[in-house]
Design a protein around this ligand. Structure first.
Ligand SMILES: [Zn+2]
Length: 264
């Protein structure tokens, strides 16, 4: 599943193509969106901004209209020079926005909707999101407040995937952040200190920003996007040599990877 870093990277690629421009053409090839008449409703409108929040991406148009997307498990955003061959079948394109010499394409996007700007502010799903881990003004205290209001008997790994606690983390960076902070993802939230919880997101944040292509600050890790435990079950932990384990966790049974040797 694309995580916040993937969405931020997409926003950073799409922004220079679309922001401030009136697209030459907008198409919604998916038959489901045919009756919505988005190309007609968006015709002639300038894109005022392209931004991400957690795993959500927003194309905002003048005149109070916003395209909201969430990729779920298999969706993807891509930017191609016009005429270039796409990496996925055109049949899987849900949205094509052409501007200048480029095409912005959303593939396999199950959540794609045109909303008014005010509705994005009052939408229950969007309002429920916790602080965006990759936002410039990410506030660890806001994350802690959400985490402490959550069920304290949950495993911390499970709680980190809940976008109401912190928006943007998915299965990869949950596992890697817990490893970085030496916290066992199975430990109950009640038994994780505030400092430990903040250490997990503080470890994941710069790595995710690096994966999103945001220039690193000084003193950043040499290989910020390296994986230490994710999909490395049965292999030795790069820190302590113990064998990395994997097991499904939480309501959705997402596979959690951890090192029993150095994560407590
Ligand atoms: Zn270890």
């Amino acid at each position: 599943m694309p995580e916040g870093d993937t969405i931020l990277r997409a926003a950073r690629r799409i922004r220079p193509v679309l922001e401030g421009t009136v697209p030459d053409e907008i198409r919604t090839p998916q038959p489901r969106h045919g009756p919505d008449r988005w190309p007609q409703r968006l015709a002639g409108r300038r894109v005022t901004s392209v931004d991400s929040y957690g795993k959500h991406l927003f194309l905002r148009f003048e005149g109070d209209l916003t395209l909201h997307s969430h990729l779920r498990m298999h969706g993807a955003w891509a930017v191609y020079p016009r005429g270039a061959r796409w990496r996925r079948s055109p049949r899987r394109a849900w949205l094509v926005v052409r501007a200048g010499g480029a095409e912005v394409v959303e593939f396999d996007g199950p959540v794609l909707e045109l909303m008014t700007e005010s509705r994005t502010r009052f939408d229950q799903r969007l309002r429920a999101l916790g602080p965006d881990l990759l936002a410039d003004d990410f506030d660890p205290d806001a994350f802690l407040a959400r985490l402490r209001a959550d069920d304290q008997t949950r495993g911390i790994g499970d709680a980190l995937l809940d976008q109401r606690n912190v928006a943007g983390i998915g299965n990869i960076w949950k596992a890697e952040g817990c490893w970085g902070a030496r916290v066992d993802p199975w430990r109950r939230v009640a038994d994780v200190s505030d400092a430990e919880a903040v250490a997990i997101v503080a470890d994941a944040r710069p790595r995710m920003l690096a994966a999103a292509g945001v220039p690193a600050e000084e003193g950043a890790a040499a290989e910020p996007t390296a994986r230490h435990v994710y999909k490395r079950a049965g292999m030795p932990c790069p820190r302590c040599g113990a064998t990395i384990r994997a097991r499904g966790q939480g309501e959705d049974n997402r596979t959690t990877y951890w090192c029993p040797g150095c994560q407590r």
